[in-house]
Design a protein around this ligand. Structure first.
Ligand SMILES: Cc1cc2nc3c(=O)[nH]c(=O)nc-3n(C[C@H](O)[C@H](O)[C@H](O)COP(=O)(O)OP(=O)(O)OC[C@H]3O[C@@H](n4cnc5c(N)ncnc54)[C@H](O)[C@@H]3O)c2cc1C
Length: 419
């Protein structure tokens, strides 16, 4: 048995680690020189930044398990903060260290900036969803869900919509209410630790993909960087990959590339029309991250601060580095670069106090950061009509939106399908 994995993003490296742990022979092919795919290190201005600011939550059980498996200690690499949402001067919600579900009820009841009616409606919404087991008879949009449950404008603006947009990366009018509820069920409505925010102390190549590579190599596997696979062919002995310098046969292939790369990669394989049809139904949403490097420390009032203006959230990235995130489509992405940066700089100064002009800035736009998570979207299964050819990635059928946790779960599921 020899498994080829195409793509060393979080899904591919999860599959590789899981298979290597079982003693299966694995070769990973990665087009880029940097591991991590859509969550990877980008060196800029002498700093190891990322292609985009990422956050994890305590509910990412599979990613945390895999980090431990490959020797990347979550306690050392992640800063764990109790759930808190802070919009300075407008709204503040913080979960106390109480057992679930008291932590959430207390957080909602004590939220500052929400009227008594808004808080009551929010608690009622969570109770109703819990009673319904977080299941909808028919998927609708996030906006329709909020209207159906009488949520107040302020609670939507400062609580539910920011959670929806940061998890689903899809405008609230188009976002799937069912997937939003799946996220609520496993984070806010689960164990208290599941709702914790986890902020990386390192970049996202070093967080998991690079330790996973070391784990793989120590178990006899191989990882070829800068090796783009152009196509996959099947022959009586298994699979061959065009672009594999050794031109070997593989018993199994796991294609762990983004959905928009899969159609071309797998075009030469038979019987995959249903998969290609599903892939044609996907649309994509961008994420913009702007980094501001200052000549002296600039301190935000919390490690993660809601803005809800030009930027959606600001993050303290280091003593003198702040990152700003704009999720999903929106008018911000049309702004001239200078204006975008000036507006965000004013938003940083408004919460951090008078700040010096940044010494450097770096804007990264990922145009196809995630798939648009819309109601009723059909997502393909990991198993394909072709024996021993599997697909892994954040877009593969699951309860979750396009996230690191969805990606690693799908990689692990593929590894388990390899027999
Ligand atoms: C800016 C941004 C911010 C985000 N924020 C968050 C967040 O806060 N929290 C969260 O959980 N998720 C977040 N996400 C989503 C998360 O990053 C993705 O869901 C996840 O990284 C997807 O992993 P993947 O392995 O499925 O795919 P990818 O990361 O796309 O991996 C695919 C890999 O395949 C390689 N590849 C492609 N074609 C070939 C080929 N022909 N041959 C060889 N290699 C190939 C690519 O180079 C890539 O490395 C964010 C994404 C972005 C872009």
């Amino acid at each position: 048995m020899h498994v080829a994995i195409i793509g060393a993003g979080y899904a591919g490296m999860a599959a590789a680690a899981e298979l290597a742990a079982r003693g299966v022979r694995v070769s990973v092919f990665e087009a880029s020189r940097t591991l991590g795919g859509r969550a990877r290190r980008v060196e800029a201005h002498g700093h190891p930044l990322d292609n985009g600011q990422h956050i994890l939550v305590g509910a990412y059980a599979e990613l945390l398990r895999l980090m431990r498996l490959v020797g990347a200690d979550p306690q050392a690499l992640l800063e764990r903060l109790p759930l808190s949402l802070l919009y300075p001067g407008r709204m503040a919600l913080r979960a106390p260290r109480l057992p679930a579900p008291l932590h959430l009820a207390a957080a909602l009841f004590a939220a500052k900036g929400l009227s008594f009616g808004a808080r009551l409606a929010a608690v009622g919404f969570m109770r109703a969803m819990r009673q319904a087991d977080f299941r909808l008879a028919r998927d609708i949009s996030f906006d329709a869900l909020m209207a159906r449950h009488g949520q107040h404008d302020t609670a939507i603006r400062y609580l539910w919509a920011p959670l929806c947009v940061s998890a689903l990366n899809t405008p609230p009018s188009e976002a799937s209410a069912q997937v939003f509820l799946n996220v609520l069920r496993d984070s806010l409505a689960a164990r208290r630790e599941a709702s914790d925010l986890l902020l990386a102390r390192t970049d996202f190549s070093a967080l998991f993909p690079e330790p996973a590579e070391r784990f793989l190599l120590a178990r006899g596997g191989e990882l070829l960087r800068g090796s783009a696979i152009r196509s996959i062919r099947r022959d009586p002995y298994g699979y061959r990959l065009e672009g594999d310098p050794d031109r070997r046969n593989y018993s199994h292939v796991i294609a762990a590339v983004a959905p928009y790369h899969l159609t071309r990669l797998a075009a030469g394989l038979p019987r995959l029309e249903p998969l290609f049809e599903d892939l044609a139904g996907f649309a994509y949403e961008p994420i913009l991250t702007a980094y501001f490097g200052y000549p002296q420390p600039v301190t935000l009032p919390a490690p993660m601060v809601g803005v809800g203006g030009t930027a959606h959230f600001l993050f303290q990235r280091g003593a003198a580095i702040v990152s700003a995130v704009v999720s999903a489509r929106g008018p911000q992405l049309e702004l001239p670069r200078e204006e975008l940066l000036a507006r965000i700089q004013a938003e940083i100064a408004a919460v951090a106090g008078p700040s010096p002009a940044p010494a450097w800035t770096q804007v990264i736009v990922e145009k196809r950061a995630t798939f648009a998570c819309r109601p009723g979207l059909r997502r393909p299964a990991a198993e394909t009509p072709l024996a021993n050819f599997f697909i892994a990635g954040d877009y593969v059928a699951s309860d979750y939106p396009a996230t690191l946790e969805a990606a690693v779960r799908s990689g692990v599921a593929c590894a388990r399908l390899v027999r």
